[in-house]
Ligand binder design. Structure first.
Ligand code: UDP
Length: 201
């Protein structure tokens, strides 16, 4: 990985008004692990999310406020080919999370997990720590909170996490990130749906 090299990702492909970044898995990983001077929000959008955004203008506005929307799933790639603006490849959210955990392990980064039931997120962080012993779990919290709950936001800010995984399911996770992102000083924030349940086993 080229340190400090920042790809300018301004090439986008719109599918049903959702602007996807034209990038590969490797390029994108490089991009989000490069230094940023503000928190960034990554939306991993699958066809279900695109259809939901189409039917819910408020959610469409929310995801359009993110920094990157990436193609999570083959359905998006097929749709991009059908409109003759092919996206290079899919970037599955679960794999991207695993890549970021691996990166955090190699570079001794800090992560925060928000979402799922209390015992699920507790087990997930244990499993992650076992697989990636060199990263720091800067904190975790279950996801059954009010979207307005500022205590959790403050806890995340103070944790100084580099990567914040938000597993509240859509549309809640994108709404939560959009509402609170500016209160954090740093970090890559990413909605990861049911990923903690998979980690917890
Ligand atoms: N979840 C949560 N808070 C909520 C609703 C859901 O933490 O208010 C969690 C739920 O426990 C699960 C995750 O969100 O771990 C994803 O839920 P779901 O499978 O419904 O979402 P999807 O994967 O379809 O986005």
């Amino acid at each position: 990985m080229l340190k400090g090299f920042r790809i300018h990702m301004n090439k986008q492909v719109e599918i049903l008004n959702v602007p996807f970044i034209h990038t590969t898995h490797k390029e994108f990983l490089n991009e989000i692990t490069s230094p940023h001077n503000h928190p960034i929000h990554v939306v991993t959008a699958n066809p279900e999310i695109v259809m939901y955004a189409k039917e819910h203008p408020e959610y469409m506005r929310t995801i359009k406020q993110s920094d990157y929307i990436i193609a999570d799933g083959i359905g998006i790639i097929i749709a991009s080919k059908m409109i003759n603006k092919p996206l290079p490849e899919r970037i599955p959210g679960f794999e991207l999370m695993d890549d970021l955990l691996n990166y955090s392990n190699e570079h001794k980064k800090r992560i925060y997990l928000l979402g799922a039931k209390e015992h699920v997120v507790r087990n997930a962080q244990q499993q992650i720590k076992e697989k990636y012993p060199n990263l720091t779990i800067a904190g975790y919290h279950h996801g059954y909170i009010d979207t307005d709950n500022l205590e959790v936001v403050e806890e995340i800010r103070q944790s100084e996490a580099d990567f914040i995984f938000v597993a509240l399911g859509y549309p809640k996770q994108e709404e939560w990130i959009t509402r609170h992102k500016a209160k954090l000083n740093k970090g890559v924030l990413m909605g990861v749906g049911g990923s903690f349940d998979i980690w917890a086993g």
